[in-house]
Structures are given as C-alpha cells and as structure tokens.
Design a protein around this ligand. Structure first.
Ligand code: NCD
Length: 366
C-alpha cells in the first residue's frame, strides 16, 4: 500500500489503512521535530517544492503546510491573495493547475467553490491536496483532528463525538463525521434547525453502521459526549447577511457549561473561533483546540512525505474503495457555489445514484 502520487481531494480517497498510515508517520514526524518537547532529530532534506494556492483566507492551514514543508527541508512557493495571481485576469483553474504543476512537485489548494480541488487534481500531473473547497470538504483538517483525538483519548473507536455549531456550511465536519463513523464512533449533531448537518453526511454515518442523532440542546448533549467538536458559524457562506444575523451566536461554550462535561471530555475546534468558545474555557485541561492546531504540522509533514513517495509501500492494508466513475451529462449544475459556475469550459459530469444524479464536482443533486 503506497500513497505515492495520490491526490487528497476527499477523505473517501483514502482507505482506513491509508489514514492510519498517515497518522503513524505523523507520530514519527512529531518525534523528529521534538513536538512533545523531546530533542529534534535531523531529517534528510527534501529536494522538492510545495505550491500553496490560497484563494480564501487562512492562518493555520497555509502556515502549517509551509512550516511542514520547511521542516522537511523542502521549499515553498505560492500565493495567499488570489488578487495577485492570473485568476484576477480570468485564467481558469484548469490552466492554473497545468502551470503550477510545471513549477512544483506537490500542490495545496483552498478555494471558495465546491469541487475546485477536483478540477486542480484533474488537470495537474502532480499530487493535489484539498485545503478546503467551499462548504464541501477539508480532509487535512480531519487528519489533524484524528491525530489529536487518538493522542488525547487513545482511540478513534467506540466514542461519542458531538459536532456543534454550523453543520450546514462547515466543511470540517462534513469530512470528519463519515470518517469517525468508519472508525467505529457515533455522531451527535448539535445545531439550530437552520444549520443542520446535510442529509448526505448523516447517510454516510449510518451507512458505516453508526448512529447519527440530532439535537439543538448543547447542554444536554455535552454530558454524554467524549469529544465536543465546536465550529464557527461560516458567515462568508450564507446567501445574505440577514440569514447570518438570524443564527449567529446560537452555540456558545462557557466554563459553566463545561461543568456538565465528562472528566475525560476533549473539546476540539478547527479554529478560528469567533464567539462560540468563551476564552474562560481555554484554561480547562479538556480544551484541546490549541494542541490540535499545533498537530497540523507533523500531520501535514507526513502527508507531504507520503504523497511524494518518501515513505514506501507497507505490507497489508485494504486499498481505498474505487471512486465512483463520473458520467458525462448535458444537465447544468445550478449550484452557484460549484466550481462549474466558473469553469464552464469543462465537460459536465455527474454521479448516477439509484434514484438521482449529483454533480461530480459539488455532489449537489442535478
Ligand atoms: C476551518 C476552515 O477553513 O474550514 N479553518 C481551518 O482550516 N482550520 C474552519 C473555519 O474557517 O471556521
């Protein structure tokens, strides 16, 4: 089982064995960089270039990718402001992918439209890593979340994982929920009605044989969960400011509420937080979100190294399930947040399900 040359557009691209391989190599990287305070051991420097293409704001994801590549001894190039790139002149993402894959050995992309990372991967001959595509997925955040949960609680199985906040637009929870279920944990979705988890994600949890329950009562759910994963209300993804105003501040974790949580509870958050976790919670040893953010470096070091083939094949491990083959369609995707709204030159593709068709880029029903 090797990850060399693979793209990471969705976590469904990786099997459980491949995910565990990333987490195990991340532990080795953590040791090598003295992550837990131990001595550093030098790594053989990497003669490769990582491109970071950020069409949306980022602090942790971009800087931890860059830090990861620099710690591996490689180099980085890219942009954090798409206004300085030829996207501003109207260049397509497909052409950008063709060009950047001539300049770098591995590419990280974040974009406001769902399916953008798939387009990059389709047109790049170098590995492409999705650092967040609109409200769809954020697989490297999930790898960081899994690394943190395994370290903090010793397992990924048999847990009850509460996901709270903006479950509708939050891409981190769309990636995390199905994977936690595949590893054997139940999911509790905690949100107001307007921010409910999409049905397609709930279905993936249930298809993995685990429970996906829904509630709007954070206090009651808190007493019962092993992990509470808080999220920010994704203001930039709402159709209007009025829609955002109607739900903002609807989920708040305070020191008083923390008193209801179990001894062994861990609170995670992909960050940035706005007002959903009171600063008074930070001193609680169960608050793991800053440790979680730090873990982004060894995890991304491991991912880069594996996709570049620095760590070879391992015996055993099931292969990733084959991705469903998309088929050509004449139907237009009407989702304005789909990459097909700007890459109109591309062949329209869909996935055919038993009773419906979804756009192969954003997975919204056609
Ligand atoms: C998240 C993201 O960009 O989706 N941030 C991150 O990468 N750590 C969460 C968010 O912006 O709320």
């Amino acid at each position: 089982m090797s990850l060399k040359g693979k793209d990471l557009v969705s976590l469904s691209d990786f099997s459980r064995a491949q995910i565990l391989c990333v987490l195990d190599v991340a532990e080795q990287m953590a040791t090598a960089i003295g992550f837990d305070g131990g001595p550093r051991s030098p790594l053989d420097p990497l003669d490769s270039i990582l491109a970071t293409l950020f069409f949306e704001p980022s602090t942790r994801t971009r800087l931890s990718f860059e830090s990861a590549m620099l710690r591996l001894g490689g180099q980085t190039l890219g942009f954090a402001d798409p206004g300085t790139s030829s996207a501003k002149k109207g260049e397509t993402l497909a052409d950008t992918a063709r060009m950047v894959s001539a300049y770098a050995d591995i590419i990280v992309v974040r974009h406001p439209l769902a399916g953008a990372a798939k387009v990059m991967a389709d047109f790049s001959d170098k590995p492409v890593i999705n650092a967040g595509d609109g409200a769809r997925e954020h697989p490297t955040q999930t790898l960081t979340d899994l690394f943190t949960i395994r370290r903090e609680l010793g397992t990924l199985a048999g847990l009850k994982v509460g996901l709270a906040g903006d479950l509708k637009y939050g891409r981190t929870v769309h990636s995390l929920a199905p994977v936690m279920a595949q590893f054997g944990s139940d999911i509790v979705c905690i949100s107001p009605d307007a921010l409910r988890m999409p049905e397609s994600v709930l279905q993936q949890v249930r298809a993995a044989g685990k429970q996906a329950t829904e509630t709007d009562d954070l206090a009651a759910a808190l007493a019962d969960v092993d992990v509470l994963y808080m999220t920010r209300v994704q203001r930039e993804r709402f159709p209007s400011e009025a829609d955002y105003e109607a739900v903002k501040g609807s989920c708040n974790l305070t020191p008083e509420l923390m008193a209801q949580g179990k001894e062994g509870l861990r609170v995670l958050h992909p960050l940035p937080r706005v007002d959903e976790i009171a600063p008074g919670v930070d001193a609680d040893r169960r608050a793991a979100y800053f440790r979680q953010a730090a873990g982004g470096v060894p995890v991304r070091m491991a991912l880069i190294a594996l996709l570049l083939g620095l760590y070879g094949a391992r015996p055993g491990g099931e292969p990733a399930p084959p991705a469903p083959e998309p088929v050509a369609t004449d139907q237009r995707c009407m989702n304005p947040k789909c990459i097909m709204s700007t890459e109109a030159h591309l062949q329209r593709l869909c996935h055919e399900h038993e009773d419906k068709r979804t756009c192969a880029y954003c997975e919204i029903a056609l």
